[in-house]
Design a protein around this ligand. Structure first.
Ligand code: MN
Ligand code: MN
Length: 381
């Protein structure tokens, strides 16, 4: 057994035994990823839409991954725009599932699974599409306007090196093999792209073509890969509302949950943390401040505007303020199909008042006042 493995095992055993082994304390935050990293306010923000886009005929993309946004080790994001008729080509991702939030235009996606199942879905504004890791798919803009969408991947190291495009594969495979495999003469393959296409322009399909494609087969997936946030009854709070998709209302999305949240001007999304997931936020409109309570007892207040991305590592305490006189709207994504959180007010409400009073150095009567307040999103003061 190697030294590293042995130390790893001792570490886990020590944590299970309450953190003490051979007289030494194992830091509770020590994990498989090592010590918590030192962070500053800049660590939690990435100006995604301010990035220089990768241009392609038919569209462009901007990406945030652990490479350019180092704290985002477990979630990567892409902002992609497709011209009418253009298509993000047939591809799959080796190391991540894809959770897409569609904002403008209309996308058509066909998802192919290893169980011989397929599904074609259409996503308009506020719809989500989930593509399990490794499943084949494309995204075509079938509308007459730009199709803009945000893709969230459940690996921070997701990137094009772990994405396999069908044209790159065909371009690097001998024509003789393709001819045999696809049962066409080699001469029929002369016009195949010579390299990866990534995004390709194309005509907007006619209504008849769309209908024909829709009825070309019968999908037999047990659970749909599309989810409409517009059809979710929002959970309304005094300071805003939340539309959330989790494995409970969308069983296919096993590794990512999320949705949209609005905050009224100067409202507060209360102090809380997520025990089971990292949080990745994309700001759609309005201005916000997120204050993160990070390891080493440091607190960082970070300002965000439209097109910015926030990343809050699992377990870090945080709250969100709408700092403007406009409504704030934010896309939230978590790298777990189950949504979990613990809020400060829940914690206070569920603890004996005398304990909290002693801990906070406040009278029990004040603690009683704090208890059982429903302040998920609090009204403006
Ligand atoms: Mn994809
Ligand atoms: Mn949160």
């Amino acid at each position: 057994m190697s030294e590293v493995t042995r130390r790893g095992l001792l570490g886990s055993a020590a944590v299970a035994a309450g953190g003490l082994v051979a007289g030494s304390v194992i830091p509770p935050a020590a994990s498989a990823q090592g010590e918590p990293q030192k962070v500053g306010p800049d660590s939690f923000k990435f100006r995604l839409e301010a990035e220089k886009p990768h241009p392609y005929p038919g569209g462009n993309s901007r990406g945030a991954s652990a490479r350019n946004f180092p704290i985002s080790k477990n979630i990567a994001g892409v902002s992609m725009r497709l011209d009418p008729g253009a298509m993000r080509e047939m591809h799959w991702h080796a190391n991540a599932a894809e959770w897409g939030f569609y904002m403008t235009g209309r996308a058509r996606i066909t998802i192919v699974s290893p169980a011989g199942q397929w599904e074609t879905v259409e996503c308009g504004p506020r719809d989500l599409a989930y593509i399990p890791r490794g499943y084949g798919h494309y995204i075509q803009n079938i509308s007459r306007e730009e199709c803009h969408f945000i893709l969230v991947f459940d690996s921070g190291y997701f990137d094009e090196f772990s994405t396999f495009s069908v044209t790159a594969w065909l371009a690097s495979t001998p024509k003789s093999v393709l001819a045999q495999n696809l049962r066409v003469p080699e001469s029929a393959l002369a016009d195949l792209p010579k390299k990866e296409v990534y995004i390709t322009p194309g005509p907007v399909p006619s209504e008849a073509e769309l209908l024909a494609a829709q009825t070309a087969g019968i999908s037999n997936v047990p659970s749909t890969h599309r989810f409409s946030l517009s059809n979710v009854l929002p959970v309304v709070h005094p300071g805003g509302d939340l539309r959330l998709s989790t494995i409970k209302n969308w069983p296919v999305s096993t590794t990512i949950s999320g949705g949209t949240m609005t905050l009224k001007p100067h409202a507060l999304r209360e102090l809380h943390w997520h025990p089971n997931a990292d949080e990745w936020d994309y700001f759609i409109k309005g201005n916000a401040r997120i204050t993160v309570f990070s390891p080493y007892g440091e607190v960082h207040a970070v300002e965000y505007g439209p097109g910015d991305v926030a990343y809050i590592p699992m377990g870090y305490g945080h709250y969100i303020e709408n700092t403007s006189d406009e409504e704030l709207e934010v896309l939230l994504a978590f790298n777990s199909g189950s949504y979990e959180e613990i809020s400060l007010t829940d914690w206070i409400s569920m603890s004996p008042p005398q304990v909290v009073a002693t801990n906070f150095n406040l009278p029990v009567s004040t603690i009683e006042e704090m208890r059982r307040r429903t302040s998920f999103i609090d009204r403006p003061r």
